[in-house]
Write a protein that binds this ligand. Structure first.
Ligand SMILES: [Mn+2]
Length: 429
């Protein structure tokens, strides 16, 4: 930690804001002292929170219409790790990085691990790419990967996933997330049952290669790139697959991978109930898989999701969950978006810790709908900003990370050493 940013610089920054923060924090403490909660326990929970940064998230994203690169953005995994280190130095809750292969392939994984460790960061879940045709691929994934009708294509996709596990082992990762693009654009194009059978058969071969302390996460998505059908389209297909594969297989919820208005918090609850919830990809959306910044559209939903998680955790119904942001930053500096998003997720978690689930349970038993909602809203409406800022201050991170980052002129400085990217035309397949 603090290899990128000088710790003294953060201390100087914090000195400017600490007096006002203390006043705000005192007010917050007075307010929550009326609730029956132990603020030190809550602070501990929040300090131990971690959300992974995806390596691809620190690069400018794009749409199929175009991409607008930023001067000074990272060009390789080492530069991406530098950007992740900046974020973690400033906010302290993003200590891990999730890699994507073969995008993040390197010659020497030991070197990469050491380089990353040096920044106080470690590697989280690894991800496989069978959704585009890359240079060294023998086969095309145009008509699917793990569920392709051609066994040779399936075998290559299986091998790609097993290679991800091997790389992950070298890096100290403990899980693989599998999202496949397999689906169709035309009614009648695919036998729905046979394609699911092929998925299970392929996944069994990947599952067999998992080390004993590893997990495999199955990520569902209703549509895109297939606009008629998708093989692992919803949590039902995901749950069935995870259940069939075995204990190490769990379901992963990407918030954007649901149709508008889906009750995602209820899916969270169901998967906890079924003991198959493994992880999250956080983002926000208005229409589909928009990959917008977490909490930018529907912070109440984010809070309700954490309400389910906190409630289950307090009842000891929940084991460790992997959290990651999975967003695409098309018009902002990805570092700023990721800082704000991580804080929004932290905020939703903090608010969920202010809910007294015993009181909620009492109102539920009485069928008092208004008091149930009101109890949740009371927690949601408490401004936890001073709490999050104080946690950052006490952990040696920045009270106002975005202000600090802007003053660094990081991109301008990096634009002098990092090669400029040009995208003349986006790849439209
Ligand atoms: Mn995702």
């Amino acid at each position: 930690m603090f290899k990128i940013i000088n710790k003294n610089q953060i201390e100087t920054h914090n000195k400017k804001y600490i007096n006002n923060l203390k006043k705000d924090y005192d007010f917050f403490i007075r307010k929550v002292s009326r609730l029956k909660i132990n603020i030190n326990n809550i602070k501990n929970e929040l300090m131990n929170f971690n959300i992974a940064i995806p390596s691809w998230g620190v690069e400018t994203g794009g749409t199929r219409f175009g991409k607008f690169p930023l001067k000074g953005e990272p060009n390789n995994i080492f530069e991406k790790i530098e950007d992740c280190a900046i974020i973690n130095d400033l906010i302290g809750i993003t200590k891990s990085i999730s890699l994507h292969f073969p995008w993040d392939n390197v010659e020497d994984y030991k070197e990469l691990r050491e380089f990353t460790k040096n920044y106080g960061l470690e590697f989280d879940v690894v991800n496989s790419n069978t959704f585009e045709d890359l240079d060294n691929y023998k086969h095309s994934y145009k008509f699917g990967s793990l569920t392709h009708t051609n066994k040779n294509v399936r075998d290559e996709a299986i091998k790609l996933n097993i290679d991800c596990i091997k790389k992950g082992i070298k890096l100290g990762s403990k899980a693989l997330t599998v999202w496949i693009p397999d689906g169709t654009n035309y009614p009648g194009q695919q036998d729905f049952s046979k394609s699911l059978d092929r998925y299970i058969e392929s996944m069994k071969k990947i599952y067999a290669k998992l080390p004993s302390n590893w997990k495999i996460f199955i990520e569902h998505k209703p549509f895109e790139p297939g606009f008629y059908s998708t093989v692992i389209n919803d949590w039902g297909s995901s749950y069935y697959s995870a259940k069939t594969l075995g204990e190490k297989a769990l379901c992963l919820i990407d918030l954007g991978h649901h149709l508008p208005n889906t009750n995602i918090e209820m899916i969270v609850s169901r998967l906890i109930y079924l003991k198959k919830l493994g992880g999250f990809h956080f983002n926000d959306s208005k229409y589909g898989d928009d990959d917008l910044d977490s909490g930018s559209i529907n912070p109440f939903m984010l809070f309700l999701i954490f309400n389910e998680l906190t409630s289950a955790k307090q009842k000891k119904h929940l084991n460790s969950i992997s959290y990651m942001m999975d967003q695409s930053h098309n018009i902002t500096d990805p570092i700023e978006s990721l800082i704000l998003s991580a804080i929004e997720i932290h905020r939703a978690y903090a608010k969920s810790l202010l809910i007294d689930h015993k009181i909620l349970d009492k109102f539920q038993k009485k069928n008092d709908a208004i008091f149930c909602l009101n109890h949740l809203k009371e927690a949601f409406n408490i401004d936890v900003t001073p709490l999050l800022e104080m946690i950052r201050y006490e952990s040696g991170n920045a009270i106002h990370p975005i202000k600090f980052y802007r003053n660094l002129n990081y991109r301008r400085k990096k634009s002098k050493t990092r090669a400029e990217k040009t995208y003349l035309i986006n790849k439209i397949i």
